[in-house]
Design a protein around this ligand. Structure first.
Ligand code: FE2
Length: 194
């Protein structure tokens, strides 16, 4: 089954009971999709590159229901704590190993080796990092297609605080630095964005 077959199949599905996202695809279906495409990458069907300066990514597929991205990670490359707004998501590691920091009543860590991955229900907040000394490659899928991301930090009180939001179709966007996001105090006093 190819990525196009799975996407086509998704269009024939009716939303199952319990679906909270505006999409007929489920987390199981997205995981199946990323696992299938990850295998295609291992078979050499999709080219990828590594870029230590700017994280490299390419969109392999897009339709009304889902988009699929191939992303590479050189050592120490990471995202920042973020969610995927109104989209469900999943990832499968193709090669190498990634670490996911995710929020679950506190910041928790799990290692994602090759052929394994994670799934991102609505509200899932995470940071993905290549902490190894080898490059890594992963396949990500989002449904509905990604349109926005929210960024977060963990406060001194060990709570999650949203620091910014962007409209984006790219899971690897250039994100604003924390310095550019005014704190609530600054916003109230009118110092605002610099
Ligand atoms: Fe993410």
């Amino acid at each position: 089954m190819t990525v196009n077959d799975i996407a086509a199949h998704a269009q024939s599905l009716s939303a199952p009971a319990g679906t909270v996202a505006p999409t007929p695809l489920t987390l199981d279906r997205l995981s199946e999709l990323t696992a299938t495409v990850a295998e295609e990458v291992r078979q050499g069907l999709h080219e990828f590159h590594f870029d230590a300066e700017d994280r490299w990514s390419v969109r392999l597929h897009a339709d009304d229901y889902t988009d699929v991205w191939l992303i590479s990670w050189t050592p120490d490359q990471s995202t920042r704590l973020h969610d995927h707004a109104g989209s469900l998501g999943a990832l499968t590691v193709v090669t190498g190993e990634l670490v996911e920091w995710y929020w679950e009543a506190g910041l928790r860590e799990r290692t994602l080796p090759a052929r394994e991955g994670g799934r991102f229900p609505l509200g899932h907040v995470h940071d993905v990092i290549n902490t190894s000394d080898r490059p890594a490659v992963s396949v990500h899928a989002y449904s509905p297609p990604l349109t926005a991301m929210h960024y977060y930090e963990v406060t001194d009180q060990d709570a999650l605080r949203r620091t910014g939001s962007i409209l984006t179709t790219d899971p690897e966007p250039d994100v604003p630095t924390l310095d550019s996001v005014p704190s609530t105090e600054e916003a109230v006093t009118g110092e605002g964005r610099r």
